[in-house]
Ligand binder design. Sequence first.
Ligand code: ATP
Length: 148
Amino acid sequence: MKMQFSSGGVIYRKVHDSIEIALVAVKGGSVWTLPKGIVNKGEKPEETSVREVLEETGLNGRLIEKIGETTYWYFLKEENAKVKKTVYYYLLEYVSGDTSDHDWEVDDAAWFPIDEALRRVSYKGDKDMIVKVREMITAVPPAGGACG
Ligand code: ATP
């Protein structure tokens, strides 16, 4: 058994009154997922998150806070080994950049309204992170101070 640690991000921006997040397409464009990559030696997971989001989507983000993590297993043919992979996810606020500058390693990168992104992603772990982000971003304190 082999263990891998990656780090990814949900980068968001506000467009009028709606929230958009960026996804990347992989596997010939058939799977939309959150950007992520291996945590390099000497790198903090939050640094990996900002770096991988920039590399894969072309978008520069400001680190806000950790969202959570997800774990899955897969089989690595080249090493004939089962891999237990943990991916840490961070919330990033969009600063600059364009999805047309996405990495050649992904098939596409694009902004989606958060509810559409939730429908597009295939992996359960991605869905969980996006649901959490929706709660984190929309958890605005009620206007006018105290309630009740
Ligand atoms: P990284 O982006 O961390 O460098 P990678 O591209 O080498 O990773 P993964 O994206 O982890 O590899 O893909 C390895 C296998 O795990 C693939 O079969 C993929 O379909 C599957 N996989 C990828 N992401 C998830 C996920 N969030 N949940 C479950 N399975 C996943």
